[in-house]
Design a protein around this ligand. Structure first.
Ligand code: GLV
Ligand code: MN
Ligand code: MN
Length: 419
């Protein structure tokens, strides 16, 4: 019997809203890497997966890993997932919907087993909020959690290795988080987080590439002094320097089509109304689909920071947090996604993602692809983020179609993970 996609979609939306209630903050959603509410999220998702026959565990960095068994063994394994961490004051769907849809696709199978296993992955860290470094969850799957990363500290000075232990995990098990040789592909559903599909009047898209991103942290270093007694021309004001540079970043971000540059976080020390700031620590996030253009833009912005600091008599310290190249999605999988979208009666669309996703990390080791869902108003990273139930129903129908397409394509499940 054909599954009732609308009921499955309503359940998915209800589940996303419930997961949004597991938060570090009262009244809004914030669930950063290895924070206590992640335990609740894992417990809840496990409650949905175990009745389907899946075996659920949490790996050594905190990713939820659930295996839906194949019809016969040995078998290859398709990974479907997205992330479970959030930005501060988040919506209910960024990342979360991708994990909830993975569960929905398994439910749509109505007990059917496939000639390959399906591994649902709820990545523990994609946003980079806690350590200023994104994709820690997916890095563990491709074997890229090294000592430098484990020694990185959050704003409270807690090193990543301690945060992992505090969450109740065993770092010695980190090797078991890596992709297994039988992992043959990765699929991620995600809200578009932009206005394109809404403008086109289309519910779903296949993602052909994910834009590269650079993240930096800059500290403008001046000297604190009394706000009432220090004349304006005798100040080394770190906030004023940062403000001048932030305005330049905005201007430079407008100099190439498709380039985006954001200073999303400013921390001031000591941070009082009547004290000239000694330090302004700011973030920089720059993205473009062409890596060379992005690198040139970042270089220019850092040079401008040094210029601003110099002419004000301050210094600036800049630290690169991320240099993630643009990543094309697997072309064969992308064609299969387009076909599955077409089969739901919707015209497919292809687009580049400006947001970063775990798929860009997984693509290092396994063919990876993404499906975008239309985002009402193009609004994301905000509590107003939403999805339409009808679009979610189409996504589950598309996902089920893909699972069956893969099942009848022997070349699909003979693929293996690149060691
Ligand atoms: C993830 O949300 C990103 O910043 O692209
Ligand atoms: Mn996000
Ligand atoms: Mn996301």
């Amino acid at each position: 019997m054909k599954p009732d996609f609308t009921t499955l979609a309503e359940t998915a939306v209800t589940r996303c809203r419930r997961l949004a209630s597991f938060s570090e903050d009262t009244g809004s959603t914030r669930r950063t890497f290895l924070s206590p509410p992640m335990h609740d999220v894992h417990r809840e998702i496990t409650r949905w997966l175990e009745p389907l026959g899946a075996t659920v565990r949490t790996d050594a960095v905190g990713n939820l890993r659930a295996v839906y068994p194949p019809s016969k063994t040995p078998a290859s394994s398709l990974l479907i997932g997205s992330h479970l961490d959030t930005v501060p004051n988040a919506g209910a769907y960024d990342g979360i919907l991708g994990v909830v849809l993975a569960v929905g696709c398994l439910e749509a199978l109505q007990g059917e087993r496939l000639p390959y296993a399906v591994e649902v992955v709820g990545f523990c860290e994609e946003e980079g909020v806690r350590f200023g470094i994104p994709f820690i969850g997916s890095r563990a799957l491709v074997g890229r959690v090294d000592d430098d990363l484990l020694n990185a500290k959050d704003t409270h000075g807690i090193p990543l290795r301690k945060a992992i232990q505090d969450f109740g995990l065993d770092l010695r098990e980190i090797g078991r988080a890596a992709l297994r040789p039988e992992s043959c592909a990765y699929l991620e559903f995600h809200i578009e987080q932009g206005p394109v599909l809404e403008k086109l009047g289309r519910p779903l898209a296949a993602v052909e590439a994910i834009a590269g991103q650079s993240r930096w942290e800059l500290s403008f270093l001046g000297r604190s002094n009394h706000a009432g007694t220090t004349p304006m021309d005798l100040r080394l004001d770190a906030v004023a320097a940062a403000a001048e540079w932030i305005t330049l970043v905005e201007q430079l971000g407008k100099t190439a089509p498709g380039l985006v540059a954001t200073v999303g976080s400013v921390e001031v020390r000591p941070g009082a109304a009547n004290v000239i700031a000694a330090e302004a620590r700011v973030s920089l996030d720059v993205r473009h689909r062409e890596d060379a253009l992005r690198s040139r833009a970042v270089e220019n912005m850092i040079l401008h920071a040094e210029d601003v600091a110099r002419h004000r008599g301050l210094s600036v310290r800049s630290t690169q947090r991320l240099n993630q190249p643009a990543v094309p999605m697997d072309s064969l999988l992308t064609c299969q996604i387009e076909e599955a979208i077409r089969q739901t009666g919707c015209p497919p669309h292809r687009m580049v993602s400006g947001a970063g996703h775990d798929a860009m990390i997984l693509a290092e080791k396994v063919p990876s692809a993404m499906i975008f869902l239309r985002t009402p108003g193009g609004i994301s990273h905000d509590p107003a983020e939403s999805v339409a139930v009808d679009d979610v129903a189409k996504a589950i129908e598309c996902g089920l179609g893909l699972l069956h397409q893969f099942a009848s394509a022997p070349t699909f499940h003979s693929r293996t993970c690149r060691a």
